[in-house]
Design a protein around this ligand. Sequence first.
Ligand code: S3P
Length: 175
Amino acid sequence: MGVNENIFLIGFMGSGKSTIGRMLAKALNSLFLDTDDWIEEHTQKSIPEIFSSQGEEYFRLLEKKALEHLATGTGQIIATGGGMPCFYDNIKTMNQYGITIYLRMEPKDLLQRLRNETAKRPLLHNKSEEELLGWMDLKIKERNLYYEQATFIIDAHQEKEWILEELLRKLHPYV
Ligand code: S3P
């Protein structure tokens, strides 16, 4: 099996884009890529370093560049940074160059996952759990405007294996 189109996984931090992306790439015998990894390799800096030395706006430009570069390939499974679809025309670019899948999850469940992973995610720095929950609630509402433009929306609270099966079923016409 293989896909001709690119498949972009979108959704909030902690929704499982990289985990599910890797599983999907294995099942479809396709190349797996991650936009955050691409940025880190090309700048030789970690994401927190980029945020602290050059700021978020510069990071968003790098994301746009990463997307424009990666979108020229075909048949790739691409996990994207949580904010990517919400800046510039990125969601349009993704829908133009492939199929987009939104892994949707509730803030309180995301918080369980992100609780111990704030160090590598600059937007989560210096917030108490209560602040984090309120902030995520608001952010997800804002971002849903973009996330919901995805080709498919998947309930990401489910078991990984269920999500994979469901995705393969939805992608069947394309593979
Ligand atoms: C971000 C999500 C992160 C990373 C950066 C900003 C966001 O990626 O791109 O820290 O704006 O939601 P993950 O969604 O892979 O954690």
